[in-house]
Design a protein around this ligand. Structure first.
Ligand code: PXL
Length: 281
């Protein structure tokens, strides 16, 4: 039997409101891949949930996880990073990658920090600058349009986004970070969204279109990037992985819209995991 693959997932744990590790763990596990978690913070709920959020920052504890894992000599087939609590954590994660990256380790960085033209609460533009060195260590980055523009220190541009605009954005990101780029949340027109992907080798950017479901659905970036990580590690090409990730994400949004639950609380990805696992067989 083939050796089981292992991913180190570096994200927060939000107790309520599906995102980060409560998405990455089930999605990647559904693909038969082991997940080790390096938590960045523990929160009562993600930061878009109203009320008095409790947050325990784990910056100082991360070093202890890393040194124990070093002592164990762990090997990771992928290091997948998402929501980080501070600029200091971005530095710690860069160091973690330097210590654990092997020639066969795929580094996937989701610069989770902003959406719809705004930084997430708790972050400012200095944080965006601190994400750049991390993105420059990646094999694949998975920003949404807002994150892509902020990484490039540009102003937010709302949709519709034409292909000249997104082609140039992907090119600029690829030059800046020197890696494959998967750009999410492209607004083509009132009925269509798209994901753009470009490998370093490919001469051009490819697009995957999908139907737009009105509303803002929280945690979809994590569903998408987790599915992309699992599919890439399962041997799919970048474009195939992005297509599989789009299917899981769009299906989850559709179920959530049909089910009428609060969009802030995360999407119903769970009932799409059987089909997702099937696609990766
Ligand atoms: O990936 C989104 C995310 C993850 N974790 C926390 C968040 C958010 C988005 O707001 O607040 C804690």
């Amino acid at each position: 039997m083939e050796r089981q693959k292992r991913v180190a997932a570096v994200h927060d744990i939000s107790g309520f409101g599906k995102c980060s590790l409560t998405v990455a763990l089930p999605v990647i596990s559904a693909a038969g891949i082991e997940v080790s978690v390096l938590p960045t913070a523990v929160l009562s709920a993600h930061t878009a949930v109203p009320g008095n959020i409790f947050c325990r920052d784990l910056t100082d504890d991360m070093e202890h996880f890393i040194s124990h894992w070093d002592e164990l000599g762990l090997h990771f087939d992928a290091i997948y990073t998402g929501y980080l609590g501070s600029a200091k954590q971005a530095e710690i994660v860069c160091d973690f990658i330097d210590r654990f990256r092997q020639p066969d380790t795929l580094v996937i960085v989701d610069p989770a920090m902003a959406d719809n033209g705004k930084m997430y609460s708790l972050f400012d533009m200095n944080f965006a600058r601190s994400m750049l060195p991390l993105c420059q260590k990646a094999d694949i980055i998975v920003p949404n349009i807002t994150e892509a523009l902020f990484l490039l220190e540009r102003e937010y541009v709302s949709g519709p986004h034409n292909m000249d605009f997104t082609d140039e954005l992907v090119d600029s990101l690829q030059s800046l970070c020197g890696c494959d780029v998967v750009l999410t949340g492209i607004s083509c027109d009132e009925n269509t969204m798209a994901v753009a992907c470009r490998t370093q080798k490919a001469g051009q950017t490819e697009y995957i279109n999908n139907s737009r479901i009105p509303g803002t659905f929280h945690g979809t970036g994590d569903v998408f990037a987790s599915a992309l990580t699992a599919a890439r590690l399962s041997g799919r090409t970048l474009k195939e992985s992005a297509e599989i990730a789009v299917q899981l994400t769009v299906g989850s949004i559709k179920r959530t819209a049909a089910g009428g639950t609060d969009h802030k609380y995360g999407v119903d990805f769970e009932r799409g995991l059987w089909q997702f696992a099937d696609m990766l067989k």
